[in-house]
Design a protein around this ligand. Structure first.
Ligand SMILES: Cc1ncc(COP(=O)(O)O)c(C=O)c1O
Length: 416
């Protein structure tokens, strides 16, 4: 029976699931990387300098700092603000742990505001969370969408606090001509399997010279390197900082990949739009809301399933889709690992086990320590409980895109 779900023994829509390549690594990448290796100067920094310059230029931003992951990019953004222990940073709970790990390592505390129908921070709720200890708003542009960053910029300016943009998933997304990452005081990007992928790595962008000075020192153990802000000072570590540098091998690869990134982005957008159009008559499926004038670059395609009408959970829906040969993930995880949901439910915050057996920094200078077990973002929990994620690859064939549509149609029909 053609309509019998594959998970129940029916014939799957995709008979030969493929490993779609994420990126076009080719002779030009091999040449660029091998040239660096042959030069014997893999840590010299010339390729890194050029990559930082070229990346920042693509965004029309003054400074770029290449780092070794998205997590370290966001950590560097936070550290650039030189916060005091216990300072609060308002952010979203629907994101990778990598958005807040650096914030906690810098002894700040995340304060979780709710999201709106874009699945990103709701500016109205953000404003209600501002206190005398708020240092910054950290907005995450989820899946390639853009939050209402203009409104968040206004709020940050009104209260004299910083705005950080986590663009790890939203390379080259735009809001009415403004590229994601350029409205914030400082922003961070990941190159670990994102639109621009180096198998790891990240970038920090800023127009603010004071923030750049602290950030570039921070990513390099606060050492006085040539042409850096501490040039000429005695060789010493000037403040507590890690080593988040990349090598020239990654810098060289990044420069070649940057030339190809538009094609990756355009392919993802085209595929996502075709799928959204193909599912538009199914009222039980709603794609992530995109505000007018926003260019979503679809690192992933997020769909909300009306689980009440379909009488299944989003996890069951995703399992059925996977059996049809479509590779969804549930939340940010592969299937088989049900996610815990918002970050405030994750053990590192609920137990908490941040620094040994202490509650630091959640109890620093506070009569009542922050208790994440009491946090609840009502709208976000309702919206995201029906969410399934289809990772988008730039190499998807038209046939596979059609199969994604057919498989969703089949699963909806079966669960109705
Ligand atoms: C929104 C967001 N922030 C931060 C990170 C951390 O990036 P990385 O895995 O490169 O450390 C990720 C990773 O996927 C992410 O999606």
């Amino acid at each position: 029976m053609i309509n019998k779900l594959a998970i129940n023994g029916g014939v799957p829509i995709v008979s030969d699931p493929q490993n779609w390549s994420t990126h076009d690594f080719d002779e030009d990448d091999i040449y660029a990387v091998s040239r660096v290796i042959r030069s014997g100067k893999i840590g010299k920094g010339e390729q890194i300098d050029a990559f930082q310059r070229e990346y920042a230029d693509r965004y029309g931003v003054k400074y770029g700092i290449a780092v070794n992951s998205g997590t370290s990019a966001i950590h560097t953004c936070v550290a650039a603000l030189n916060p005091d222990p216990g300072d609060e940073i308002i952010t979203t709970a629907w994101t990778s742990g990598g958005s807040i790990i650096g914030l906690l390592l810098q002894n700040c505390v995340p304060v979780f505001a709710d999201i709106d129908d874009t699945m990103c921070l709701d500016p109205v709720d953000v404003e209600t969370k501002i206190t005398s200890r708020t240092k910054a708003i950290l907005v995450v542009n989820l899946h390639g969408n853009i939050a209402n960053v203009r409104e968040l910029r206004k709020i940050a300016d009104k209260y004299g606090i910083y705005l950080i943009e986590d663009c790890c998933q939203s390379h080259f997304s735009e809001d009415n001509g403004i590229i994601a990452g350029t409205l914030a005081d400082i922003s961070g990007f990941s190159f670990g399997g994102k639109h621009l992928s180096l198998g790891g790595g990240g970038m920090v962008l800023t127009n603010n010279t004071a923030l750049w000075e602290r950030a570039i020192l921070f990513h390099d153990a606060a050492l006085p390197r040539k042409n850096g802000p501490a040039t000429g000072k005695p060789y010493a570590n000037y403040f507590l900082a890690p080593n988040y540098k990349i090598t020239d091998i990654m810098g060289a690869l990044g420069r070649v990949q940057l030339k190809k990134v538009d094609e990756y982005v355009n392919n993802k957008i085209r595929s996502a739009k075709t799928i959204i159009d193909g599912l538009s008559d199914i009222k039980e499926i709603t794609p992530q809301k995109v505000r007018p004038g926003v260019k979503h670059t679809y690192w992933n395609l997020k769909l909300t399933i009306d689980t009440d009408s379909l009488k299944c959970t989003a996890y069951e829906y995703a399992e059925a889709l996977e059996a049809e040969g479509i590779i969804p993930s549930y939340g940010p995880y592969p299937l088989g690992i049900p996610e815990l949901g918002p970050l405030y439910k994750h053990p590192f915050l609920t137990e908490p086990n941040l620094y040994g057996n202490s509650k630091f920094p959640l109890d620093y200078n506070r009569e009542i320590p922050i208790d994440y077990t009491k946090v609840k973002n009502t709208y976000g929990e309702r919206l995201m409980s029906g969410g399934i994620t289809i990772p988008m690859q730039p190499s998807f064939s038209e046939e596979y895109i059609g199969q994604i549509i057919d498989a969703n149609r089949k699963v909806v029909t079966a669960f109705k």
